[in-house]
Design a protein around this ligand. Structure first.
Ligand code: GLN
Length: 485
């Protein structure tokens, strides 16, 4: 059951081979065994999960079950969950019990899913390795001395280590795709505006987007379908008819044109990543797809543009954490200004402070035009590169990350090295496009390699279909890590 797909779980529940309470107990017990090592969960809600599971069993008995009814899942701790700690990986919110559910959480509750708990993450989703969490790093189940990737590291670990069949994540610059790649699972970030940001603690609002993590594209399609939908409480939520993501899965690859951007295959990519990505592309050709060379000439500007825009938005979004409305407040202070300053100094970690400082700087009078405005212009150029590229291809492929998962501590003292790891993912967020990462091979020591497929706006079904076709022909997504056991 721990290895079953969502479809298999749903049919086992339907056939009464197992109840949701039994299934939930199985995963809760596994979390209890593995979490002390992997640190994937910040909060485990055993009582809440068991009562949701028994409600799901009753719903099924009444003949009212949907495809996700009774299925356990985990939410990244960036999503507000009513009555439960919602820490966002920060000391600042380590005392925050949310009074309401995020839109994504309510949709998945309404679908009958059973929340096992909240997963570990980089503080306020700022990071690429999960080492910036106030709760300590989550660990990669393929090698527990290595990072799981970030910021949705806990969610990727939970799915890879079979502590949860599926999990939610958020992706501002790669935080669903990169941990999925490092942990050997599948993760999709949809078109900006598809998933409501209501109740999703904001990092950089024009880039943040909720996404789905599962072991396969088929599981991601089911989860993502249940997470999407218009929400009037998010002003950037799109009002459009829902796509049926599951129906695209069986579309044959014949005729699919895969664009290979020259800029994604240059120096900087580790050999073992290149070998795996090229083998996956050869498999795609064998299955009937064609590859075409394309260029994204401004891709090299994505990191500098992103690391101006994201901190700028973060500096504004994080101003609300002042020790008054909610969150950590310093125990001792002399006056109001001192209280603000001490509360923020104590509540935020080093990386969050670095981003607030950088963001405040690029937005300040005299620097705004030189940095922020320039970055916005680059953002437009990057988006235009993609539109031009999609005149020649249907999807764009390349590595998700330049390396496999690195050792804990290896890059934590060097923010620039850490930021460079986002080289293949951030352009997608700047353009607002959908993209998926799927396991496509393994490097030395069995560490997984992720293949990234980028689609045009609203082409999630096509991405999931292309990923599913590869997963039908290969077994990378079925491999199981043994690092924690
Ligand atoms: N690593 C990137 C950052 O630190 C992306 C994080 C994310 O997608 N939330 O900003």
């Amino acid at each position: 059951m721990l290895n079953a797909s969502l479809k298999e779980l749903a049919s086992a529940l339907d056939a009464r081979q197992i109840s949701s309470v039994e299934l939930t107990t199985l995963f809760l017990d596994r979390i209890e065994t593995l979490n002390p090592v992997l640190n994937a969960f910040i909060t485990v809600d055993r009582d809440g999960a068991l009562s949701a599971a028994s409600a799901a069993d009753a719903r099924r008995a009444a003949g009212k079950a949907g495809p996700l009814t009774g299925i356990p899942l985990a939410h990244k701790d960036v999503f507000c969950t009513e009555g439960l700690l919602t820490s966002c990986g920060s000391k600042m919110l380590s005392n925050f019990t949310s009074p309401y559910d995020a839109h994504v959480v309510s949709l998945l509750k309404a679908a009958g899913t059973v929340m096992l708990g909240k997963t570990n993450m980089d503080e306020f989703a700022m990071g690429s390795s999960n080492e910036n969490s106030f709760y300590g790093p989550a660990r990669n189940p393929w090698n527990t001395g290595h990072v799981p990737g970030g910021s949705s590291g806990g969610s990727a670990v939970a799915v890879a280590a079979r502590m949860s069949p599926i999990a939610t994540g958020t992706d501002t610059g790669g935080s669903v795709r990169q941990p999925a790649a490092f942990c050997g699972v599948t993760g999709i970030k949809p078109t900006y505006g598809t998933v409501s940001r209501f109740g999703m603690i904001a990092y950089a609002s024009s880039l943040d987007q909720g996404g789905a993590i599962g072991r396969s594209a088929e599981d991601c399609a089911l989860l993502l379908s249940a997470m999407t939908g218009f929400d009037a409480r998010d002003s950037t939520s799109l009002e459009r008819p829902a796509d049926d993501l599951a129906t695209g899965l069986d579309t044959p690859l014949k005729g699919l044109r895969i664009g290979l951007p020259r800029e994604f295959f240059g120096p900087g990519m580790a050999d073992e990543v290149r070998t795996a990505v090229e083998a996956a592309l050869a498999e795609y050709r064998r299955l009937g797809a064609t590859t075409v060379d394309i260029s994204l000439p401004n891709a090299k500007l994505a990191i500098p543009a992103y690391y101006v825009i994201a901190p700028a938005e973060a500096s504004s979004n994080l101003s609300r954490f002042d020790g008054v409305r909610y969150g950590h407040r310093a125990a001792e202070y002399t006056d109001l200004a001192d209280m603000y300053s001490k509360s923020r100094a104590q509540g935020f970690g080093a990386e969050v402070k670095r981003r607030i400082l950088a963001g405040t700087y690029v937005l300040s009078h005299g620097y705004y035009d030189a940095y922020y405005l320039q970055a916005q212009k680059l953002r437009r150029l990057i988006a235009e590169d993609f539109s031009r590229a999609f005149e020649h291809c249907d999807v764009i492929a390349g590595p998700t990350a330049p390396t496999t998962a690195y050792a804990i501590g290896e890059k934590s003292d060097d923010p620039v090295q850490m930021y460079l790891g986002d080289i293949y993912t951030v352009a997608v967020n700047l353009a607002g496009l959908p993209a998926i990462s799927l396991p496509a091979g393994a490097a030395a020591g069995a560490l997984p390699v992720g293949l990234q497929l980028i689609g045009n706006y609203f082409n999630e079904a096509r991405l999931l279909g292309a990923a599913h076709q590869l997963q039908t022909a290969t077994d990378w997504h079925l491999r199981q890590p043994g690092g924690a056991e």
